[in-house]
Write a protein that binds this ligand. Structure first.
Ligand code: ZN
Length: 213
């Protein structure tokens, strides 16, 4: 009862807050006003990258590119609401657990948070799913100067599975923010296959150059 009236109060309060983009009209549950939400560069389709099928909510264009950048690198954590809602807006497949794209310990120390872990946690809670972290990412070195093959081998080595997590969940949804080449998703998919997952779904907030294969 108390939770219900609290939720009612929070949504009433949100309705009084201005949109996080234009600052003019009142914000909706996704934290933007009706028009700003409607005008996001929606994509809502599957793309193919490195033999992976990835569901993408938006194109990596203004203003979602700026929102993701500020959320990820400038501690603008209030943008988690709109980014989470971009993913919730997709017809997400039925799974048992949600997995955030892991970042290395070094990146975690620099940034202070894994931006996708925060969003994945919230989505898992909303859908009453488990949040699962079965893969560790080792140092993410710059890949400049490496050949294509060297780059792929280097990224594969970055994803190390926790053997203790073997077959804990069969159907999983992996979430990432931006997809360019898809090599992180491909490496993650391989690691999860080795862990015994039978259905691995991939989704991202935004895809860069969706036409390029
Ligand atoms: Zn607005």
């Amino acid at each position: 009862m108390l939770a219900k009236s609290l939720n009612h109060l929070i949504s009433k309060f949100k309705g009084l807050m201005p949109c996080q983009l234009c600052g003019l009209d009142p914000q909706q549950a996704h934290s933007l006003c009706h028009d700003c939400w409607h005008d996001l560069p929606w994509f809502n389709q599957y793309i193919q990258r490195r033999h992976c099928r990835i569901l993408a909510a938006c194109c990596y264009r203004f203003p979602i590119d700026r929102i993701i950048h500020q959320y990820k690198y400038e501690q603008q954590l209030h943008y988690q609401t709109v980014l989470k809602h971009c993913l919730l807006h997709l017809a997400l497949p039925q799974v048992d657990a949600v997995v955030a794209m892991p970042i290395s310990r070094q990146r975690l120390v620099q940034r202070g948070y894994n931006q996708m872990q925060i969003i994945a946690q919230s989505i898992a809670a909303q859908h009453q799913l488990a949040l699962w972290q079965p893969v560790i990412r080792t140092a993410q070195h710059s890949q400049k100067g490496l050949s294509r093959l060297e780059r792929l081998q280097a990224i594969d080595k970055q994803f190390q599975i926790k053997a203790s997590e073997y077959r804990r969940y069969q159907r999983v949804l992996v979430l990432d923010d931006v997809v360019t080449t898809g090599s992180s998703f491909a490496a993650m998919q391989q690691a999860l296959q080795r862990l015994g997952c039978t259905q691995i779904e991939l989704a991202c907030i935004a895809v860069a150059s969706p036409k390029i294969r």
